[in-house]
Design a protein around this ligand. Structure first.
Ligand SMILES: C[S@@+](CC[C@H](N)C(=O)[O-])C[C@H]1O[C@@H](n2cnc3c(N)ncnc32)[C@H](O)[C@@H]1O
Length: 630
């Protein structure tokens, strides 16, 4: 059952700039080298190259890496880097188009792309520029990759590691004035300098060794801000956000990766609240919830400085989320962010328990509740990649993911999943097309979500959705005698549906991205893929470290599976709490004992000297939960 969003006004005030900027930053590892605080440009001196190195080619960049895990590199993030190049290219097309400069994208035939701006303000500017810059017969000014464009974008990659991403920007994205590639690690910056030379981009890419927060705080003045800031940290970007929202130019682009998905997906709600100012819930829709938490957090921090964010594209992929937002200044809009997000400030219109399943509601959030993408912008990126697929190695996936995004219902936050709906009422699962058809027949809108394969986004109220599932259960009945009366399934199925669902499959139930067989979701790219361990001096190569961990933990993590007959016999030795309270409805079917405990057991349990037995704390059950509680 869909959780209600916490739309409360009781948020703690945003932490002071100092705390957000520095104290929370500790988990990122203290970047220490002398002189780093003000940032140094360390490429003057020649440094010895490492003996043990690997060269990697990604996009138009060729990067040397130490074979040991001393500087971070994760090949699986190629999709992230490709997508970022595609997004910044379209952003540059818009920004430079407004100045009458056309960008030349490698592989694109038609340089004369029409510029359609994102905001009305820029539309006006573009209109003005159209006529203003070109006399009849004049050639338009152009900007090509690898060239400095004086009026182009100033880019900062705050956590650049080997410099791979920055070098790719320089070699693949036209319309750049400069790219500052910053990292706190001396080893990383050392390597970055050599990679910049190797790729002949020293005129565009400026390596820098600084704490990214300090560097961004030094670029708060309007004239010194960056047009694009890319943050790709280990885990959470939270410590960097306060500085980032101040260091990005008016209407500038902020690109942020978060790989702390366990936190954002609700495994530790309190940690999520302390980092992002929002409570995450464990839910099937956790990936979109993660995106909405990050957007909320960015907006909250921007609001401190009379700024606000406008999401362009928000992607959940593999083991991370990535958001691309523009940052603007405006008191009125800042106030509106509060109104939109806290529109239900007078209290959520629900009781403590769910009217459908009887379970207690969980409160999460606050979340970003507005659209998470600018569909016009997404369409532009999609079109550019589709018409020039040779540009990126992961073009096919970018097309698939962006196509699903263009199909997502923009005004419906979160989603249900097919398996969640059917497992809640313990019935077989309808096919995606059957469920979508039933919703469409009933007059509701429905879409997929790029964030989850089985997602069903719909504007149908939950009452209609459960009615549809009740009708489905009538076609494939569930054995009621197996259901406990207190279970969500029992409660939901004991109500007759008011809506008569029609599961006949409709043509329009099959979304275009699915019909076209696009590569919408990631297949495992390689063995043991996922987030990489933090780089360390003398660190083992990622693969080696993983192998060693596996050897170490082999057969040590799980208890051997218990024989089902033995398990049943063991459970029968525990008394049933519900039986004791007189509420157990399972009779002989109950897996716990309904016989009163033997007197010696009672005496033993009551004796303070008696050691704890498995009776008091059975293996596999939490002490708090105890036997008799499912
Ligand atoms: C995940 S890696 C970056 C990967 C890179 N963006 C890419 O695409 O390959 C994170 C990097 O952040 C650096 N780092 C950690 N804390 C930092 C800080 N406070 N300031 C600057 N860099 C930092 C680490 O040295 C590491 O190289």
């Amino acid at each position: 059952v869909r959780e209600s969003l916490w739309l409360s006004l009781t948020l703690r005030s945003t932490r002071s700039l100092c705390r957000a900027g520095f104290m929370e930053g500790q988990p990122q590892g203290p970047p220490n080298p002398a002189g780093m605080e003000n940032g140094t440009e360390p490429c003057g001196e020649e440094r010895a190259s490492e003996a043990q190195e690997t060269t990697v080619t990604e996009g138009a960049a060729k990067i040397a890496f130490p074979s040991a895990n001393e500087v971070f590199y994760n090949p699986v993030q190629e999709f992230n880097r490709d997508l970022t190049c595609a997004v910044i290219t379209e952003f540059a097309r818009i920004q430079l188009g407004a100045k009458g400069i056309q960008i030349k994208v490698p592989g694109e035939k038609d340089v004369q792309k029409v510029v359609v701006d994102l905001s009305e303000q820029e539309e006006e500017k573009a209109e003005l520029k159209k006529g203003a810059n070109l006399a009849p017969g004049d050639q338009p000014r152009t900007a090509a990759v690898g060239e400095i464009c004086e009026e182009g974008l100033r880019v900062l990659e705050g956590l650049a590691a080997s410099g791979l991403r920055s070098i790719r920007f320089a070699r693949e994205v036209p319309g750049l004035q400069s790219v500052v590639a910053n990292d706190a690690s001396a080893r990383a910056v050392d390597l970055m300098c050599r990679n910049v030379q190797l790729n002949a981009v020293a005129h565009l890419v400026h390596p820098r060794q600084a704490d990214a927060r300090m560097l961004m705080y030094q670029h708060q003045r309007a004239s010194e801000r960056f047009d694009v800031i890319d943050l790709d940290p280990y885990g959470s970007p939270a410590p960097f956000l306060d500085a980032a929202v101040q260091a990005v130019s008016e209407g500038g682009l902020l690109c942020v990766t978060c790989t702390d998905m366990a936190v954002l997906a609700g495994n530790s709600g309190e940690t999520c609240y302390s980092k992002y100012g929002a409570m995450a819930l464990k839910s099937r829709a956790c990936h979109e919830m993660a995106l909405r938490i990050v957007l909320h957090s960015l907006d909250l921090r921007a609001n401190c400085y009379q700024r606000f964010v406008v999401p362009l594209l928000s992607v959940s992929a593999d083991f991370y989320v990535r958001v691309f937002v523009r940052v603007f200044t405006g008191q009125a809009k800042v106030k509106a962010s509060a109104r939109v997000k806290f529109s239900a400030a007078c209290g959520p219109p629900i009781g403590p328990e769910c009217e459908h399943c009887g379970q207690r509601h969980q409160l999460g959030g606050p979340l970003w509740a507005e659209p998470i993408h600018d569909l016009d912008f997404v369409g532009r990126v999609l079109q550019a990649v589709s018409t020039n697929p040779g540009r990126f190695h992961t073009s096919e996936r970018i097309q698939g993911v962006l196509s699903v995004i263009t199909e997502e219902l923009p005004d419906v936050p979160l989603y249900y999943t097919l398996d969640q709906l059917s497992s809640t009422i313990r019935c077989s699962t309808p096919s995606l097309l059957q469920l979508r058809s039933a919703l469409l027949h009933a007059g509701f809108r429905v879409s997929l979500s790029h964030a989850c394969k089985n997602a069903v986004k719909t504007d149908a109220p939950s009452s209609a959705l459960w009615d549809i599932m009740r009708c489905w259960e009538k076609e494939c009945p569930v054995k009621r005698e197996r259901l406990s009366e207190a279970s969500p399934a029992f409660r939901i199925l004991s109500v007759e549906p008011r809506l008569q669902a029609n599961f006949a499959v409709r043509d329009d139930a099959n979304p275009s991205s699915r019909q076209r067989g696009l590569k919408r979701f990631q297949a495992n790219p390689e063995a043991n893929w996922g987030p990489r361990p933090r780089a360390r001096p003398g660190g083992k190569a990622a693969g080696e470290a993983m192998e060693e961990r596996r050897r170490l933990h082999q057969n040590k993590r799980k208890e051997p599976a218990e024989d089902p007959v033995q398990r049943a016999a063991r459970l029968k030795t525990f008394p049933c709490k519900r039986f004791k309270e007189g509420t157990c409805q399972r009779g002989d079917q109950c897996c716990y004992s309904h016989s009163p405990p033997a007197p010696e057991d009672t005496a033993a349990a009551a004796s303070p000297d008696h050691p704890k037995t498995s009776y008091q704390n059975p293996p596999g059950s939490g002490v708090a939960a105890g036997p008799g509680v499912d």
